[in-house]
Every structure is written in C-alpha cells, then in structure tokens.
Design a protein around this ligand. Structure first.
Ligand code: AMP
Ligand code: MN
Ligand code: ZN
Length: 854
C-alpha cells in the first residue's frame, strides 16, 4: 500500500512539472531518471515491506489472539488475497505455474512455497539473461545445431567487443559466465579424464622425497596407456584399467607425500614471535605474468630460494565436468606473479620442487579446494602449509573470510565482484588481474600478523600456533576425490530437495540424473550446465507428456536439453510407465544419514526391470547377473547398450569357431563369464560398501525376481572379494618376509607407516569379506579373472570394427525415433552425444565442493 502511495506521489509531481515531459524521454521508466534511482526506490520499498511484515503478530499464540477479532481477520484475508493476486499475476507474466491463489487444501502451504521458489528461479534467470544482453552478450546468437554444422567457436566476449572507450568498461565482465569463451580443454595436451573411475594422482616425479614414489607412478608404460584411449566401451576400458593396475591400487590411492607430511616438524623459528614485515604497496610491486615454460622454471628457481611465499588459485566450474584451475597467483615479499595455468597446465608440476620443500612455508587462505585442484590439474602437493583461514578460526575472529582479514590487518577494501568471474577468458582484463593479484599480495603480511597474534593470545606459548600448523597440515593431506556415479547418487540429491516424489517421478528423476551425468562427463560440462537441478525436478514433477512440455519446464532451455529433447522425452515416458505408488521419504532418506565422502557404489539390481534400451547411462553391472544366471550368452545381445556390444561381437565370433553341440561351457563362454563376473567396479574395495543390497524400490518391481538375482550376485561378489583377499594376504605376507629381510634400520618407520598408509576402506573390505565368509558359503566354482594380456587386443581397436563397436547410445534411440516420427520431425540430437574428446562414460556426480569463504 505504501508502495502505491509513493508511486502516485511520484507521478503526481511529475505531472505538475512542465519540464517533466521533456525529462521523460531520457527517463528509464516513468518516474525514474536512471537505474540507480529505480533500484534505490525499489530497495526502499522492499525494506519497508520487510519491516512491516516483521511487525505483524507472530505466528502462534500472538497471531491466534489477534485472529479472534473479526476486524483483524477480515483485514488479513483481504490483504492476503491482494498479495496472492499480485504474486499470481507476476508469476503468470513470467509464464510460471500460478495456482497459488486457489485455496484448495491440496495445494498446501509447502507447495505454494515451492511455486514461489520456482518462480523466483525463473525470474532471476530471466533477469540474468537480460543483464547479459544489456552487457552485449547475446545468448541466442549461439544457435543449437547438430555437431558438424556448428559455426567455429570464436572468442568474442563482451569485454573485447565493447572496446576500452566505453566508460562502463569495468562493469562488463562481472558476469558469472562469459559466453563464447573458447574451451580451454581443447588445448590441453592431456585430455581430461571424466571416466567413472576414482582419481589417480598425476605425479610422476617426486621432489623432496623422504620415501620414493611407488613404482606405479614412475612407470610410464602403465600410466601412458590410458584405457580411455582404447577404442572400447567404457565398461571394458574400466576392466582393462583394473587388470593393469590391480597390484598398484594401494599406491594409487595413497597421498604421495603422506610420509613426508607425517614426518614434518615445524622449525623453532616458525613457532616464535615474528616481527610483521609490511607489504610493499601494490603500485610499487613488480608484477609478472607467467605463460611460458622458461618463465615458470625461472619462477620455480626463485621460489626455491625463499623462506615463504603466498599462493592462491582461480577456478572455473561451469563449462567443465570436473572444473579447471585457470590461474595461480603467487606473491613473495618483493614480487607478484600471475601464472596462466591454462597455458602451463602440463608443466605446472615443476613447481613441486618449491611446493613440497619442507623448509619453505606456503601461505594460502582457505586452501581446502586449492589443495584438491592442485592435485587434480597439475599433480602438485604442498608440504609446509600455513592456512590463514585456519589461523582466523583459531583466533576466533568475527569472520574468517579473506576480505575480513584484508580489512582487519591491511585496511584494504577488497572488491569481491570478480570472484565468480569467468576465469577462462584470455587475455585477462586488467581489472581481473588486479583482483587476482590482491588475493595473495597481502597474505604474507597477514601471515606474520596472525602468527604474532596466535602467540600473544596464548600468553606467548606456541600451543595455539602449533595447532594452526597442524590444522594446515591436515588440509594439505586432503586428497582429491573424483565424483563417482552410483545408482544411488540421485537419491541423495532428491533427498536434499525436500519434496516427496511418487514412483513415476522418482524413476524419471533417476533417469534424468543419469542422463545428465553421462552427458556432462561426455561433453565435459558441469551437470548444472547440462540440466540445472531445479529444472530436472520440475520435469520429474510434471512428467510432461510431450517433448514440448519438457522445454516448457526449462527457462532458459539448456542447449543440450534442446538438442536431446527426444531422448529426454523417452526417459520421461519410461518414468510414466512405472506403477504409481507413493515413495516414503523416510525410506529413501534413511540410507543416507551418514553422508560419507563418496556415494555408495553398491549394485542396485532391483532396477533391472526399469532398464530400457535407451537407458544407456545405467551401469552395465545391473543387467548382467541375470544374464549370467540364465547362462545365455546370446542374451548379451539384448543388452548391447550396456556397453558390451563389442564384447559380444568378439565372443560370438570366438564361439562360432568352437564346435557346436558341447554341453559344457565353450572357451568363449567361460571367458565371457569370467569377465562378466569380474565386472564390478575395479575400485569397489576403496569405496564405502555395504555389500550388495536390494534397493527399497525393489518392492515396486512388478516382476520381482530381484531377490533371487541379488542373492546370486551377492554370492558372486563374496566369492570375488574372498579371492581378492587371499591374493592380498599372500602379497602382504610376502612383503612382510621381504621387509624382515631388509633389516631393522627402516623397519621401525615403515612398520608404523604400514598401518597408517593402508587405506581404510581396505580394512572395510576385510571386514566385509570376513562377514560374507561367515554368512555365505563361497560357491564351488572359483573365480578366474580373464587375462587380457593373453588375448588379442587388436580385436578391440580394429578400424573396421570401429563403426559398429563404438558404444553409441544414440543409435537405437535414433532408430526408434525414425519409427516414431517418420517424417518431418527434425532430428538434431543424433550428434548430441558425439563427444569431441571424451570417452563414453558411465556417470553420476556425487558431491560438491565446499567453497572456501573469502
Ligand atoms: P578465491 O580463493 O576466493 O580466490 O576463490 C577461488 C575460486 O573459488 C574462484 O575462482 C571461484 O571459482 C571459486 N569460488 C570462490 N567462492 C565461491 C563461491 N562462493 N561460489 C562458487 N565458487 C566460488
Ligand atoms: Mn583461494
Ligand atoms: Zn583467489
């Protein structure tokens, strides 16, 4: 009400003023001279409304009391109606669902709240688009076309288009995501590994080693022959990978500098009170932009001479599946350096010499993510870290962000605007360089001040400071963990949404989730770029009958959704075919209470009946036990989309060579069987596993043979685990014997370390193996993994076979569509799945980064 009054005064005064009509032409909108005036006014209105609403009687007794007065009641109702009407109109205006006004009991408060949230999303996104467009970025200028017809990607971004003459230059790259930035991934010498296998450290040389790098890392042969490079289906690549790396798993998952970090002691000089050394004014400090190997080598040499330096990274995560480190800032007491890590990605590891030198302190602020990014992208590790974020916590400062420290210690107001800028853009605009530089420029001085304060606040005793060093060490011991797709990850996400789905919605959600993850890995995009979660939820909730309905759920429509809307439509149809039941939230939620670092990677056999020909993203595992159980190799053909197409061709051809009519298993059958039996995730033992289990959804399976199947599978995996255990025990015993021969000098160290470095999950494996030994007697047949070394691998990379064998989920989908839409309908999705550089992978994103506070 206040709003309308103000508005009328506004317009009133304008009418009175004879000059107003002239002024009107230059006005942004009636009554407002420019954006600032409008915003100021809007903010005022919002503030007073918020204040007023806070002054209303509180829900509960107070409100109930007031409600007992008819006048109050009437007033509330009329105001409420007016408000809802207003909201409804706004929502309609933006094309959102708007049944917020109907007082139907069914559309409860919660649902109305959801409507508001949805609408807010839509409105904000639209505002984002309009702001982009105002900034000179036109989203529609990038038409979605089948690959091959796509115009070459050119770097044309608003900041280099606008030119420097514009006064508002610095305003232009505030954008969250710049458009039309060339994909840096295309330049990477080593392709990004988005496969659904755990991360393996990139390190291959270990400077400052107290303990040598395990042979796995220095063995170029193993490391270079990446299974993804073979032209084989993802599942097979995983298997080959497993075979090749079996004996190295323990090394592969250990922190390469665990030993060094465990034995790191902070020297006396770093535990006594420092005299803070003032930073040089930025203007008087030399800044070097490093984008060549020579410069990087020189920088490393320089750093190796110093007692300390400060480091920070800038990162991009929207147009990449795993994320990309775009920039590294380093500050010494004398100089600032900005390293173009997109350019030097493959060479960054040389900095390990300085980064792992225990005599050099590396100062970061909130290094949690940085430590992971360094490992993931460059194979860099940090030995002797001081994290000012940890120091801020220990000092119990009011806020722990870098801004706060800058303000507090340096009286510098930092400009947060660029934190979420698109750090891939090159050349970097001056403003962004300055911003990035400020992140490390003052950090060494802050490091001094904080150490002094830590000692002061602890009466000169080093306890608190030591504690920060220890906490920092814990941070540097963090290991990068790749997001792993499991059949359950979708439930975790669904649970977070705080809405209940019925079986159809949940199935659709699961299928969309898998589709999104698969595509994101394949195209090397973030899942948020492929299909934002709120849109995925909307589609799952609404279950649109037509492809057009899917489009309508998305605003703006993500390019890959537009491109593959027919695939999505099939997934939704599949969801709709589920028998309609309500899913009890508590059931799905219960399993996830203690959210571990990795999603469960257990087999969900129950979903077999949901398994459709277009559901290619589903793990290959799920379908096969049944096939094995049936003992029909031919059945493999049915499942060509699970990634075994090639295997099938291979084994069929082998089978044809063997004389027919044999009752016992042919060689090919035995091989196929042993492969299939070993097709569990090669790293299962390193993932938290609760053993094979049956998903709650199994209950909804109409043709439930699941329990039977899963039991069999359980047996198989118990068998395999036991086998693995035996092998492990053996090698351990051998190693022990060897160790005792080696003599006592090393023994004390290694002995204690043995226990420490053994990754925990393997203990879990032991337990689960023991358990399964007790509960399930191992079957008679012993498991024999198929030895790929003995087989003719050329079969797999034969160029002839290439076309047929390359796993292409589109193929069938395409055929299907042809039948369904015989003419007319443009099929621009056929090439959507064709990846430029990434393997066809199984998928699912498991977790998100916790962003460090600035
Ligand atoms: P900083 O350490 O503050 O320079 O941040 C490093 C990188 O983390 C930035 O380049 C961003 O990519 C990312 N980042 C920082 N804060 C956030 C945030 N609040 N949300 C998302 N990403 C963030
Ligand atoms: Mn940082
Ligand atoms: Zn930064």
């Amino acid at each position: 009400m206040k709003t309308s009054k103000k508005e009328s005064t506004n317009s009133g005064s304008r009418d009175d003023n004879p000059d107003a009509n002239r002024a009107e032409e230059s006005e942004l909108c009636p009554g407002f001279q420019d954006v600032d005036a409008f915003v100021k006014y809007g903010l005022g209105a919002v503030l007073s409304a918020t204040k007023a609403s806070a002054g209303l009687p509180q829900a509960g007794d107070e409100y109930d009391f007031y409600r007992s007065f008819p006048g109050f009641q009437e007033f509330c109702e009329s105001q409420g109606d007016e408000l809802l009407h207003c909201m409804s109109q706004i929502m309609q205006h933006h094309g959102c669902r708007s049944h917020i006004r109907d007082r139907n009991k069914l559309t409860g408060l919660e649902e109305r709240f959801d409507l508001v949230v949805d609408s807010n999303d839509v409105i904000l996104e639209r505002a984002g688009i309009l702001l982009d467009e105002a900034d000179g970025v036109n989203r529609t200028q990038n038409p979605v076309m089948p690959a091959g017809f796509q115009p070459p990607k050119i770097v044309v971004s608003s900041w280099n288009r606008k030119g420097s003459s514009s006064g508002s230059r610095s305003e232009t790259f505030r954008l969250l995501h710049a458009k039309n930035v060339a994909r840096p991934q295309l330049k990477f010498k080593e392709k990004v590994d988005n496969s659904n296998t755990p991360f393996v450290p990139k390190i291959f040389i270990k400077p400052n080693a107290l303990k040598p790098l395990p042979s796995y890392f220095s063995n170029k042969q193993i490391r270079k022959e990446r299974p993804e490079d073979l032209d084989v289906p993802a599942a097979l690549a995983d298997f080959i990978h497993q075979q090749r790396t079996q004996e190295h798993v323990e090394d592969m998952f250990a922190h390469p500098y665990q030993y060094e970090l465990d034995h790191l002691t902070i020297p006396e000089r770093l535990l006594s009170k420092p005299e803070p050394q003032m930073y040089k004014p930025m203007a008087e400090t030399k800044l070097s932009f490093i984008d060549s190997l020579e410069e990087l080598v020189a920088l490393n040499g320089k750093l190796c001479q110093l007692p300390e330096f400060a480091v920070d990274l800038e990162h991009h995560s929207y147009r990449s599946f795993l994320g990309i480190t775009c920039l590294m800032q380093i500050s010494t007491r004398e100089e600032d350096f900005i390293i173009d890590t997109l350019e030097l990605r493959g060479e960054m590891h040389i900095l390990n010499e300085a980064f792992t030198d225990p005599t050099i302190v590396k100062v970061f602020h909130g290094a949690d993510s940085d430590i992971e990014w360094l490992q993931r992208d460059f194979g860099l590790y940090v030995v002797n870290l001081f994290d000012t974020h940890q120091a801020s916590r220990a000092l119990n400062l009011a806020r722990h962000s870098l801004d706060h420290l800058l303000k507090n210690f340096c009286n510098v107001n930092s400009d947060k605007r660029y934190q979420l800028a698109d750090w891939r853009i090159r050349p970097l605009p001056e403003e962004m360089i300055e911003y990035a530089r400020a992140d490390t420029h003052y950090l060494l001085y802050i490091y001094d001040c904080m150490r002094a304060q830590l000692l002061e606040s602890n009466h000169g005793q080093p306890g608190l400071l030591q504690c920060v060093w220890n906490k920092s060490k814990d941070v540097s011991l963090k290991k990068y963990v790749k997001p792993i797709f499991s059949e359950e990850s979708y439930l975790e996400l669904q649970r977070k949404q705080k809405r209940s789905f019925n079986t159809q919605q949940l199935t659709t959600f699961r299928l969309l989730y898998a589709w999104r993850d698969k595509l994101a890995r394949q195209e090397d995009e973030s899942t948020g770029y492929v299909l934002p979660t709120h849109m995925m939820i909307k589609i799952s909730e609404e279950l649109p009958k037509e492809p057009q309905g899917i489009i309508a759920c998305c605003n703006p429509v993500p390019p890959l959704v537009r491109q593959q809307v027919n695939e999505l439509h099939l997934l939704v149809q599949q969801g709709r075919e589920m028998p309609l039941l309500k899913v009890r939230r508590d059931l799905t939620a219960a399993r996830f209470e203690p959210a571990g670092p990795l999603p469960h990677l257990t087999l969900e056999l129950c979903q077999v009946p949901l398994f459709g020909p277009h559901d290619a993203s589903r793990g290959s595992d799920s379908g096969h036990p049944q096939l094995v159980a049936d003992g029909k190799l031919a059945a493999l053909f049915v499942n060509s989309l699970t990634g075994f197409f090639l295997l099938e061709v291979f084994f069929l051809s082998k089978e044809l060579e063997t004389p027919a009519g044999q009752r016992s298993l042919s060689v090919a059958q035995t091989k196929a069987r042993s492969i299939i039996e070993s097709f569990e995730n090669p790293f299962r033992m390193y993932l938290p596993s609760s053993g094979a289990h049956v998903n709650k959804n199994a209950k909804f399976d109409p043709s439930s043979k699941i329990f039977e199947i899963s039991k069999r599978w359980k047996l198989q995996s118990a068998e395999q685990q036991q086998k693995e255990m035996e092998v492990k025990k053996k090698s351990k015993e051998e190693a022990k014997q060897k160790n005792s021969k080696d003599g006592g000098r090393k023994k004390a160290r290694c002995g204690s370390e043995d226990g420490e470095t053994t990754p925990k999950p393997s203990k879990k494996l032991m337990k689960s193996a023991e358990k399964s030994q007790k509960t399930e007697p191992p079957s008679e047949e012993t498991f024999k993994p198929f030895d790929y070394a003995q087989s003719d691998l050329k079969v797999f990379d034969g160029s002839k076979a290439k076309d047929n064998t390359q796993f292409d989920p589109n193929r069938q989908a395409q055929d299907f569509r042809k039948k369904k839409f015989p003419q007319g309908q443009k099929n621009n999705s056929s090439s959507g799945n064709r990846s430029m550089s990434y393997m066809k992978g199984k998928s699912e994103r498991g977790f998100r980064h916790n962003w460090p506070k600035r």
